[in-house]
Design a protein around this ligand. Structure first.
Ligand code: ADP
Ligand code: ZN
Length: 531
């Protein structure tokens, strides 16, 4: 509809921001990125979710001649992204497998004629000769590579299609490229730069701090009930996302919430596409809905008033945790990131790693990611500080808005407890050649003469009953923390406990182990924090 006179091409980035998008001023380093890319430079942009990455390529797309080609893995969201641009008068289209042949031809013609400013493409499209030939026939303003961490094998969201994107530079050497991601450690960032041939690109790295998000990690007891009190006490009527690991637990949790009067909807890959799309739409448009979902949900979701993100299962990596919790509070208002985590999570994830496809390096990689996540869960330090450090950003002291800052966990010298537990595992393993799970080892320490104990004559072990000074919950905490520190390992289908090389240091009294005290009741910090 709008026909831009040539004079408008001389607009400044700020003019475009105001005229087209209706915003007053740039955020963070948006303006620097826009100027750099509009001037023909390559860029690698790291900005947390909600930071405003899109404008970093959308404005250069309007300032430069030709069509900006945006590579995005989020096929389900292309329509929304394009609609949002069209709503402000920007000419945008997309090409992906969902289009019918007629529409596809129409979009291709628009591209060749330069009648659009942005063309969104799925990464797999660039693997097809037809698409490459099409791109040769038009004039390309720039390439934007969204969710660029998908190119990194060391990351948590690897997509093989992304590897082919390194050819953009070879095929169209004069076209500037901008890669964007919300999540990357320095290792991942280096991998992105290498794989996308962006080593000479300018890097723009925003602070990853999300000060309005309150991070809380609690021991998992009865997760659904714990979740329900969180929602009732602190987030009544609020919109939020609840992440579960499995489809089955998504369904059960959504049913449980609905049965308890909370407006909740399930979302996972096992639901048909129509239902999924309908639930997503309702979540975006209606107020106060709770989306219970697997991690299939959320990438690219732009809903500013998500007041909480709750995890009922342990995320596989800190990157994943950060990205998922980052969907809370994009409007800058106080929001909660809440995670319930327990021993079973560790057992389950170790098992998934052991049985995962891929080579030893891949499994080590997964294990390293899990270890970093466990370390975050068990830390007695400021959670935010630990998160930021993980992403290579120095923290500036305790944040005052995470559970460990608000109710500092007591730490205690757990060396003796650790020795008791480890020597139980040692005796079972070395003396009897048996391995058992955490529950059974704790039963031995607590001196419980149940059937299994009697059957295996574990009441005759020298460690039987020597742990009655701690409660069962405390023992589980001991096991978790030993696992998190690599002083103990879980193995096999049944999550049996085994010693590690480092265990010997504790058994030999060469190492003390400080532990986080298990709270008597779940820590509730909500109200005070909102002040
Ligand atoms: P990201 O892709 O980094 O997660 P988006 O590009 O989707 O973030 O932007 C998040 C939200 O912030 C959007 O609603 C966007 O319109 C808004 N936004 C971005 N830049 C600005 C700005 N300079 N001023 C005001 N709002 C902005
Ligand atoms: Zn803190």
């Amino acid at each position: 509809p709008m026909d831009f006179p040539a004079a408008l091409r001389t607009e400044t980035p700020l003019d475009v921001l105001r005229r087209v998008f209706g915003y007053d001023s740039f955020r963070g380093f948006q303006q620097e990125v826009v100027e750099h890319v509009a001037g023909g430079g390559d860029a690698l942009v790291l900005m947390p979710t909600g930071g405003g990455k899109s404008l970093c390529y959308q404005i250069p797309a309007l300032l430069r001649d030709g069509v900006a080609v945006v590579v995005s893995p989020l096929i389900a969201l292309m329509q929304d992204q394009v609609d949002a641009l069209r709503a402000v008068g920007v000419r945008a289209s997309f090409l992906n497998s969902t289009l019918d042949p007629d529409t596809r031809r129409l979009v291709e013609a628009e591209f060749v004629a330069g009648e659009i400013d942005l063309l969104y493409l799925a990464p797999e499209a660039l693997g097809s000769r037809a698409t490459l030939n099409l791109l040769d026939r038009g004039r390309i303003a720039l390439f934007a590579i969204d969710e660029a961490h998908c190119v990194a094998q060391w990351g948590h969201d690897f997509r093989p299609d992304y590897l082919a994107l390194s050819m953009l530079h070879e095929r169209w050497p004069g076209v500037p490229r901008i890669a964007l991601t919300a999540t990357a450690t320095s290792a991942t960032r280096a991998e992105i730069a290498t794989r996308l041939d962006l080593t000479d690109a300018r890097h723009f790295v925003a602070s990853f701090d999300r000060p309005n998000i309150q991070y809380r990690i609690v021991p998992k007891r009865e997760p659904r009930k714990q979740l329900l009190s969180l929602l009732r006490d602190e987030h009544p009527g609020d919109a939020g996302i609840v992440y579960c690991l499995s489809r089955a637990s998504v369904d059960k949790t959504a049913e449980f919430l609905v049965a308890n009067g909370i407006a909740a909807l399930p979302y996972h890959a096992g639901l048909d596409a129509v239902t999924r799309a309908a639930h997503q739409r309702r979540f975006l448009r209606e107020e106060g809905l709770v989306m219970v979902a697997t991690i299939a949900f959320g990438m690219g979701i732009d809903k500013p008033d998500v007041r909480f993100v709750a995890h009922l299962d342990l995320p596989k990596s800190v990157e994943g945790y950060y990205q998922e919790t980052g969907r809370a509070g994009r409007d800058g208002l106080p929001s909660t990131a809440w995670l319930a985590y327990g021993l079973q999570d560790v057992v389950q994830q170790r098992k998934m790693i052991d049985t995962s496809e891929g080579d030893a390096t891949h499994r080590r990689n997964l294990a390293a990611h899990l270890d970093a996540m466990l370390a975050l869960c068990e830390t007695v330090r400021c959670r935010r500080g630990q998160l930021l450090e993980y992403f290579g950003q120095p923290a500036t002291g305790p944040c005052g808005n995470c559970d460990t800052c608000l109710t500092p966990p007591e730490s205690w010298d757990g060396t003796v407890a650790a020795q008791k537990l480890l020597s139980t595992v040692y005796r079972l393993d070395r003396e009897r050649n048996q391995r058992f799970g955490a529950g059974h080892c704790i039963d031995i320490l607590l001196g419980r003469s149940n059937d299994k104990i009697v059957q295996h004559r574990h009441d005759a072990l020298s460690t039987f009953g020597i742990g009655t000074d701690l409660r069962e919950a405390e023992w589980r905490g001991v096991v978790r923390q030993l696992l998190a520190e690599g002083l103990l390992a879980v193995e096999g289908d049944y999550g049996t406990l085994a010693l590690t090389e480092a265990s010997a240091e504790v058994l030999g009294r060469r190492r003390t182990v400080m532990m986080r005290r298990e709270p008597e009741r779940p820590a509730s910090t909500g109200k005070t924090a909102k002040a």
